[in-house]
Design a protein. Structure first.
Lengths: 306, 335
């Protein structure tokens, strides 16, 4: 997509044509100062929570959070991890996030392929249905959804409660259904940029529709799929609302929404909450450090049309 | 868009006028197996989307005209006035839910006001701040990549986590702000998150902290896609940076500006996690999204009433959604 290839082309040209450099050097300085101040302010809350997490409760109780470090300890992390059974909640997050991301990408790429490469009469209308569905605030659909989840029964191996409500399966379904729209939108934009000649050639070779989808289109969409996978993993892992409303019991909730319970559990020891919060941030921080480009590419694909 | 492959290269299609027609015929001639594949690829996700997104969305509208506590069944008989609510259950209530919300539900207008303040802060502060970050970073000043990474960091964190992290900043006796300004004594401490006159603004600072980075990334993508020759032309004509941005760059970024507008409005309607993690959305932090939720997951279930509040959210959100769809798909029709 143009959005990703262009910066590399125009980046070297920019400093030479940069209007600030020759006419107004103070503009550069002001920008630098502004961005440095903003960066410090932006890092401060996270750094502060981390600082609370690595200090023993007795210290912060005595001197307050804003004080010189008398002792530094990692005990809070160990204690938060064991006392709150965080491994269990992380596992719930994995059980929800991994299948949901895979299913969304499979389904969305199928829809996007059909809507861009097969002449379905109503393809724009369908694209609108998918795209608009993702833009609705979750609270618009939650009331009937909650009733539906209480009505649908599931076999025991999918849900120990026997209902869609309060099951991991139910959370996967709503995350898939809700994220589908965004992925269909992004992938169909991406697929439109594939030259039509490639499909002509495939047709001449007698490739079936499935072959054109599976062997031709999907491999070409790999960059978009990778970017979307990064984005979706973060979003579904970070989901709070579906898990709070569609799950009653704390022990089935994924880690992000379980934090609300931990807050109650550790109410007398804020340092443990800080440590638990930092632990819960680790997966997203790993994505941030390793896959930031993918994440940003995903957001850019969603906002700029090819 | 009659056929995607055709629309892609109009010049080539024009040169070989016979090809499009032939191609279209070939597209239509699908084998039975192809048809089944199309039906499955399209049908399963469509069914899922309709069943779990659109059916509930319509359901919200329908339920908002009923009175129902979730127990027993719904029917189409009208509710009888002046009867105990136990007997008036699952009945058609007309616009009474809306009427009650607007007149006797004490949290309704505060929630509307808070949502409007939320939107205003996003429009006036968070979004322009994010755009400013993007413009400064896009000018390629030294360290721009580092600034981008730092300002973007909060976007990765879940809102629930953001709420927890900021509680240490706002904490009454030990928190960062109160200690620094010396208001952390037992008698003079400022209760940032507990005081109903302050807590909305405190939470909005958290929300802005995250939203600005989000807008920045979206806007940066748009800025990088702007044809650099446009700027060069403006420079040659003697425009300064300020003029270049407002007269040249901003207008050509119309599509991305609309995306940002949609994100801004929808995110301020969706706002829920931050206030819920702070105090479950009470005592100064009421929002429409919270009221919808408390009416269905609380002990007293007021399905019809909660739906009516959901419809309010739906109606407001349809405005930016329609604008976005119109600008996105109108171009598609014409191409």
């Amino acid at each position: 997509m143009s959005a990703e290839t262009l910066p590399r082309i125009d980046a070297p040209a920019r400093p030479a044509s940069g209007p600030g450099t020759k006419s107004r050097p103070w503009g550069q300085i002001a920008s630098q100062v502004f961005l440095i101040v903003a960066s410090v302010l932006w890092l401060l809350p996270i750094a502060f929570a981390l600082y609370v997490a690595i200090r023993p409760y007795s210290d912060t109780r005595k001197y307050g959070y804003v004080s010189m470090p008398h002792h530094i300890t990692f005990d809070n992390f160990r204690e938060a991890w064991t006392q709150s059974d965080m491994l269990h909640f992380f596992w719930n997050s994995v059980l929800i996030t991994v299948p949901a991301v895979i299913i969304v990408l499979c389904l969305a790429s199928g829809v996007a392929f059909v809507l861009t490469r097969v002449n379905v009469k109503v393809n724009i209308a369908l694209l609108i249905v998918f795209t608009a569905g993702n833009l609705l605030p979750q609270q618009v659909i939650i009331t009937p959804l909650y009733r539906i989840y209480l009505k649908i029964t599931l076999p025991h191996f999918l849900s120990s409660s026997g209902l869609m409500y309060n099951s991991i399966f139910g959370l996967i379904v709503i995350n898939v259904a809700f994220q589908l729209g965004f992925c269909v939108f992004v992938l169909s934009n991406y697929m439109k940029s594939i030259p039509g000649e490639m499909y002509e050639a495939a047709l001449v070779d007698g490739a079936s529709l499935w072959t054109r989808f599976w062997r031709l289109t999907l491999p070409l969409c790999r960059p978009a799929l990778a970017a979307l996978a990064t984005l979706l993993t973060t979003w579904i892992y970070n989901d709070f609302f579906w898990a709070i409303t569609l799950m009653s019991s704390g022990d089935k909730r994924p880690v992000t929404s379980a934090l609300a319970n931990l807050q109650g559990q550790f109410v007398s020891n804020q340092n443990l909450i800080a440590a638990a919060a930092m632990i819960a941030a680790v997966p997203t921080l790993v994505v941030y450090i390793l896959l930031q480009k993918q994440f940003i590419a995903g957001l850019s694909l969603g906002s700029s049309k090819g | 868009m009659s056929s995607a492959s055709q629309a892609h290269d109009p010049a080539a299609a024009g040169a070989r006028t016979k090809v499009p027609a032939r191609r279209r015929r070939r597209m239509r001639k699908m084998t039975t197996r192809d048809r089944i594949v199309v039906a499955l690829l399209l049908g399963i996700p469509l069914l899922l989307d309709l069943a779990f997104v659109w059916f509930p969305a319509i359901g919200t509208v329908l339920l908002s005209f009923t009175k129902w506590n979730g127990v027993g069944s719904l029917h189409t008989k009208s509710c009888v006035p002046n009867m105990p609510s136990i007997l008036n259950n699952g009945c058609v209530y007309g616009v009474q839910n809306y009427h009650q919300a607007a007149t006797i539900y004490p949290e309704f207008w505060p929630a509307v006001r808070h949502n409007l303040i939320w939107l205003a802060v996003f429009v006036v502060i968070a979004t322009p701040l994010g755009m400013l970050f993007a413009v400064l970073i896009d000018r390629g000043i030294r360290g721009s990549r580092m600034y981008q990474s730092i300002l973007f960091l909060p976007v990765m964190l879940s809102l629930a986590l953001v709420g927890i992290i900021w509680e240490f900043v706002y904490s009454q006796n030990y928190g960062l702000i109160n200690t620094v300004i010396g208001r952390n004594g037992n008698d003079n401490a400022i209760d940032w998150l507990g005081n109903p006159h302050l807590n909305l603004w405190a939470v909005l600072l958290e929300a802005t902290w995250r939203q600005a980075g989000y807008v920045m990334v979206l806007y940066l993508a748009g800025l990088k896609a702007v044809d650099p020759s446009l700027r060069e032309a403006a420079l040659v004509d003697g425009a300064n940076a300020w003029q270049t941005f407002w007269k040249i760059v901003f207008p050509v970024m119309r599509p991305i500006n609309i995306v940002i507008m949609v994100v801004t409005v929808i995110e301020s309607l969706r706002a829920f996690d931050l206030v819920y993690i702070t105090n479950k959305g009470i005592n100064g932090l009421e929002l429409l999204s919270v009221l919808v939720t408390t009416n269905i997951v609380g002990e007293t279930q007021r399905v019809g009433f909660g739906s009516a509040l959901g419809v309010v959210l739906l109606v407001i959100s349809l405005v930016p959604i329609s604008i976005f769809l119109y600008q996105t798909f109108r171009r598609e029709e014409s191409s």
